[in-house]
Design a protein. Structure first.
Ligand code: KG4
Ligand code: ZN
Length: 359
């Protein structure tokens, strides 16, 4: 019989400070509490996440988040079996704040410390939410991540493709910025796109002419900027309808690229289930396109609830449970890693997103 495990998770790799308690046992897989404190307002004036501000906020808030999560779950340290903490990849100051908190709690309580890869947290979430069996294909799409992963086990990941430059959320955010829309840009661009004509501007579908499922969004963003400038030169300004058409054209290009690359990823890894995670998974047009590709290929489509798609600590606690069950844990020499590819065998991808190092 599987031993019931109750794990505290801590996450601080980007701009969300989070703590959660997850239990796995006879009663199934349960999130007893999940606390996320975002930092959007702290970074709003700077047009992106400022690493030093993020690190300071994490250091100030992380222990409070842990206390809140434990109180909400109604557990004490004596009820826990371990402490899982994101040890990378991410903005190093923030990751350090979480790792130091995890180490301090482990040293004080004697509980095992489990250093987790943030991306493994995202990639294993469909097992927490839907009990998904291995193997499956995962698309991580957010402001900082963009990769296809074949997931064969709690520590067995194969990266099939990834963005060679911007992550899609980052591109949505930059497009919003050049069109005068507020941040975070994704939902704003999606709302404008619903009012526009996606065919008016002929925007590129980058890398569709190359085999495989790597993606690129930086050229698309530049093409959109040129189209915007063309409108301004022609009309002496941009009307609301122009902006809506630009948003619609941009979103349609992203949808086409993601749909085609997903078709190819499914051909490379013929699995029965496909799951998506990350903030961009909130986009209805992208989600609908992914669902369609999956149904065409008779593959089950899964999208965890948005609160578990975006950064949170329940995914870290769950991934910690999976790693702990394999017999792995760390000691106080655990280091924080800014870069930490999940798949150690695929060649490293270069590039830094606005939210930190890509992995
Ligand atoms: O996963 P997330 O909360 O944080 C990280 O990036 O790690 O994702 C946030 C990203 C932002 O870039 C945001 O603009 C994008 O997800 N996003 C969207 C939508 N909602 C959020 N992008 C496109 N359409 C949306 N509806
Ligand atoms: Zn993330």
């Amino acid at each position: 019989m599987r031993k019931t495990l109750t794990i505290l998770g801590i996450e601080s790799s980007c701009d969300d400070t989070a703590a959660a308690i997850v239990r796995d046992g006879e009663g199934g897989r349960q999130i007893l509490a999940s606390i996320v404190e975002g930092q959007t307002s702290l970074h709003a004036a700077f047009g992106g996440v400022v690493p030093e501000i993020a690190a300071r906020a994490h250091a100030e808030r992380v222990d409070g988040c842990v206390a809140q999560a434990m109180a909400a779950a109604g557990v004490g340290f004596g009820d826990l079996d371990g402490i899982a903490v994101t040890a990378g990849p991410g903005l190093i100051g923030g990751v350090l704040a979480g790792v130091m908190c995890g180490k301090g709690l482990s040293a004080a309580t004697g509980l095992p410390l489990i250093g987790m890869n943030h991306l493994a947290g995202h990639a294993l979430t469909p097992r927490l939410t839907d009990g998904l069996e291995f193997p499956y294909l995962m698309l991580l799409v957010s402001g900082g991540h963009c990769q296809y992963l074949r997931v064969d086990g709690p520590d067995s990941f194969t990266r099939l493709g990834a963005s060679i430059d911007d992550a899609p959320g980052e591109a949505f955010d930059k497009v919003a910025k050049v069109l005068g829309l507020p941040q975070p840009g994704g939902p704003m661009v999606e709302a404008e796109a619903a009012l526009g004509n996606p065919k008016r501007f002929a925007l590129p579908r980058p890398l569709l002419d190359r085999p495989g499922c790597d993606m690129s969004f930086s050229g698309l963003k530049t093409a959109l900027l040129r189209a915007r400038d063309g409108v301004i030169v022609e009309k002496g300004g941009m009307l609301r309808a122009d902006r809506a058409d630009l948003c619609a054209g941009f979103q349609a290009a992203v949808v086409d690229v993601v749909a085609e690359k997903t078709r190819r990823a499914l051909a490379m890894a013929p699995v029965k289930a496909f799951a998506v995670a990350g903030g961009v998974a909130a986009n209805q047009a992208i989600r609908a396109a992914l669902e369609k590709v999956c149904s065409e290929n008779s593959v089950q489509f899964l999208a965890p609830p948005l609160a578990l798609c975006t950064d949170n600590a329940a995914m870290i606690a769950w991934a910690g449970i999976e790693r702990f069950r394999l017999g792995h844990s760390d000691d106080l020499t655990l280091s924080a890693r800014p870069r930490w590819p999940l798949d150690q065998t695929s060649p490293a991808l270069l590039g830094f997103g606005k939210k930190g190092a890509k992995a």
